[in-house]
Design a protein around this ligand. Structure first.
Ligand SMILES: [Mg+2]
Length: 293
């Protein structure tokens, strides 16, 4: 038997759910996520963060807020490389697609590189299981970090070549001996992510559909929510595969691209343009909760 909820939620975490400033999740957001899930709306997280981050910032709060027995929430982490599900009893096992992992010898080199040369500005994220992420210390100025990041990224690319791995960073391509590029060095505002080129929010969307199908759930429609351009890949993938989808952009200041599916912003709900990030996420969760009566 297939359940067909009116819609499902596929949620980026940093930005629409967790404040990008404090990293915390507002208690009202936790409460609304639980109410929607209890009403039969699938709530799925799709993040570049580690499973550990989701457990600490989201899962623990949902359980502490009184998550009902029988509810199961899926979390796709590390841009689709890992995933797990949790209930009121805690997390299930973390699944890892090892084919998508950065080689461990390379990761070990980067850990050492950070320890020896970059530890004043950044740290090696030990909670990642598949990607390699090196993140800014919060007590360092972002300007200083961004300058240092340029040097770190160059060293990370040089290490790729030493390991015989092909990598791309932005527009620069450095193929391996077979002319292949299997990894990317992706500088963000607060970190550098080093990962398989197959990782992305689109892979997360595919995994979300697989996880719901295994639960016997086929949503009639989807809402995807994010704060970055890369988050549109969730909606792109769902639309391309014939699902009805609307994308919520909680930080539309970057410009809203033309897409074949509806794009919603806080202004769609009549909110002022200053309603962004988790405030916009909260406004949409309230709206969806109200639809259920
Ligand atoms: Mg985000």
């Amino acid at each position: 038997m297939t359940a067909t909820p009116a819609f499902a939620l596929l949620l980026d975490v940093d930005g629409p759910i967790a404040s990008p400033v404090t990293r915390d999740v507002k208690p009202e957001i936790i409460g609304l996520l639980l109410e929607l899930a209890v009403a039969g709306i699938p709530v799925i997280f799709n993040t570049g963060r580690s499973d550990d981050f989701i457990k600490q910032q989201v899962m623990d709060q949902m359980i502490a807020a009184g998550m009902l027995a029988g509810l199961c929430i899926h979390a796709i982490c590390e841009k689709g490389a890992t995933w797990f599900s949790f209930t009121a009893d805690g997390p299930g096992m973390v699944h890892i697609d090892h084919e998508l992992s950065v080689p461990s010898a390379y990761a070990a080199d980067i850990r050492q590189l950070v320890a020896e040369h970059y530890c004043a500005h950044m740290f090696f994220d030990e909670t990642k299981r598949s990607m390699v992420s090196v993140e800014q210390h919060i007590d360092v100025s972002n300007l200083d970090y961004r300058a240092e990041q340029q040097h770190f990224d160059a060293d990370a690319l040089a290490a790729m070549a030493r390991h015989g791995l092909g990598a791309a960073r932005l527009d620069a391509h450095h193929p391996d001996g077979d002319d292949a590029i299997n990894y990317r060095v992706d500088p963000t505002i607060i970190s550098t992510d080093i990962e398989s080129v197959r990782l992305g929010k689109d892979l997360g969307a595919a995994r979300a559909c697989e996880l719901l199908a295994a639960d016997g759930i086929l949503p009639a429609a989807w809402y995807t929510v994010g704060d970055s351009r890369t988050d549109y890949a969730m909606a792109d993938w769902l639309h391309h595969h014939g699902h009805e989808v609307s994308h919520v952009d909680v930080r539309p200041a970057d410009g809203v691209p033309a897409k074949a599916y509806p794009i919603l912003t806080a202004a769609t709900l009549g909110e002022p343009e200053s309603t962004i990030h988790d405030d916009a996420g909260l406004a949409f969760l309230r709206h969806w909760r109200s639809l259920l009566g």
